[in-house]
Design a protein around this ligand. Structure first.
Ligand code: PLP
Length: 410
């Protein structure tokens, strides 16, 4: 099938005319995708080095996950939580056994799961820690990203995410990511939780100093504060472990998952905790119509099985350092114009000097040559391909990235 160049502009035009203008997408109109490859409406092929912000860690349309969805679609998709289903229990059991928690509470989007964790932490603060009603405080990192609901943006430090959306939800205090001194200074007797990403993704793939999470874990235990770990982007193999907290040999009190939990097909998120914490939720206190629906549960369960049986977490651990090494070679060629290459597993940010132009411009140039990436802030280009990426595709994608940087330099 051959389609005229005009088609791309036509679809972009429709989105601009009829869609709210809350995004600024790279001008690629996707028609279909399979595993690590994407094709646009003109049939042009791209290597996906972006993985939909970790939502397609399994690769696009993983055949086993698609088959599970198709089977479930012959039976029932949505039951609501007014009834039980024969897919929800098996999914929750699998998720709890992989992550090592007593219970899981399924939701749909990452932001909903973060909201759930906030409610959980606050209620726990009142009922288990004895904080006076309405006084619970949650510590959050500067530069955090936890989603877009009004409560969640209330504690963002990003002006763009907040401007014009007040009044904001109170009860949040900031600390500097990676600094225990800053946490101690921000805490009070009313602190019920520290909500934190193990690696700050949207802030530019910021890895905290080694030992930070171990110290934070000890401090939380000593001060009867819940450590709430937002692994919506980091979790399920992205960093080369099932969960990023494993790199420091710790375990949080509550774990937030999303993105890849949907197997690359659906929005599925969850909060996990042990019974003494999770059981502050009682019937009627929290819910979501679509959370844990029969289709989502079937898809998520198969997604977890695929990660396990196809050893995709181990793959990320093996191939992540390869991607890192290739990007460091590019850095050596580019000299100081590439300021930093950082990350963990298959999650790497390349921080460029503004003299090379904006990260956005680099990303657009890469897309023109068939590599999908996405900037974060003005200077960071992110590489977070599906965990199924091959060394051959990495070589090709990094080669194109190097060419684009070389041209930007001249
Ligand atoms: C993407 C993300 C969220 C929000 O998830 P949505 O599904 O977009 O609501 C929350 N926390 C982190 C760390 C994320 O990366």
């Amino acid at each position: 099938m051959h389609i005229k160049e005009g088609t791309t502009q036509a679809f972009i035009g429709l989105e601009q005319r009829y869609g709210a203008r809350n995004y600024h997408p790279v001008p690629v109109v996707v028609d279909r995708a399979l595993d690590c490859l994407v094709w646009d409406v003109q049939g042009r092929e791209y290597i996906d080095m972006m993985g939909a912000y970790s939502a397609v860690s399994h690769g696009h349309l993983h055949p086993r996950v698609v088959a599970a969805a198709t089977r479930q679609l012959q039976k029932v998709a949505v039951t609501s939580r007014a009834y039980h289903s024969n897919t929800l229990g098996p999914f929750l059991e699998k998720l709890c056994s992989i992550a090592g928690f007593d219970r899981a509470l399924p939701m749909n989007t990452g932001a909903e799961a973060v909201e759930t964790a906030i409610k959980l932490a606050r209620r726990w603060g009142y009922r288990a820690k004895g904080i006076a009603d309405g006084q619970a405080e949650i510590l959050v990192a500067r530069g955090n990203f936890h989603g877009r609901t009004n409560t969640v943006i209330s504690f963002s430090t990003e002006e763009d995410y907040k401007a014009g959306f007040g009044p904001f939800t109170p009860g949040f205090h900031h600390f500097d990511f990676g600094s225990m001194d800053s946490i101690r200074a921000a805490a009070t007797a009313n602190t019920c939780a520290v909500l934190v990403e193990p690696i700050q993704g949207e802030a530019g793939v910021i890895v905290p100093p080694a030992g930070f999470f171990r110290e934070l874990r000890d401090w939380c235990t000593q001060n009867k504060v819940l450590l709430v770990d937002d692994e919506v982007q980091a979790g399920l193999g992205r960093t080369g472990k099932w969960f990023a907290f494993e790199h420091e040999g710790i375990r949080p009190d509550a774990l937030i998952l999303g993105k890849a939990l949907g197997g690359g097909l659906l929005p599925v998120s969850a909060v996990l905790a042990d019974a003494p914490v999770m059981d502050v939720f009682t019937p009627g206190s929290h819910g979501s119509t679509f959370g844990g629906n029969a289709l989502a549960a079937a898809v998520a369960l198969e997604g977890l099985r695929v990660l396990e049986e196809e050893r995709l977490v181990e793959r990320a651990a093996e191939i992540g350092p390869y991607l890192m090494e290739r990007l460091r070679e590019v850095q050596r060629q580019a000299g100081p114009l590439v300021r930093d290459v950082r990350g963990r597993g298959l999650w790497i940010g390349v921080d460029i000097d503004p003299a090379l132009g904006s990260a956005r411009r680099i990303v657009e140039k890469m897309a023109e040559r068939g590599v999908l990436s996405k900037e974060t802030h003005e200077t960071v280009i992110r590489f977070a391909p599906p965990l199924t990426i091959t060394t051959a595709l990495i070589d090709k994608a990094v080669g194109i990235f190097a060419e684009v940087l070389a041209e930007a330099r001249t």
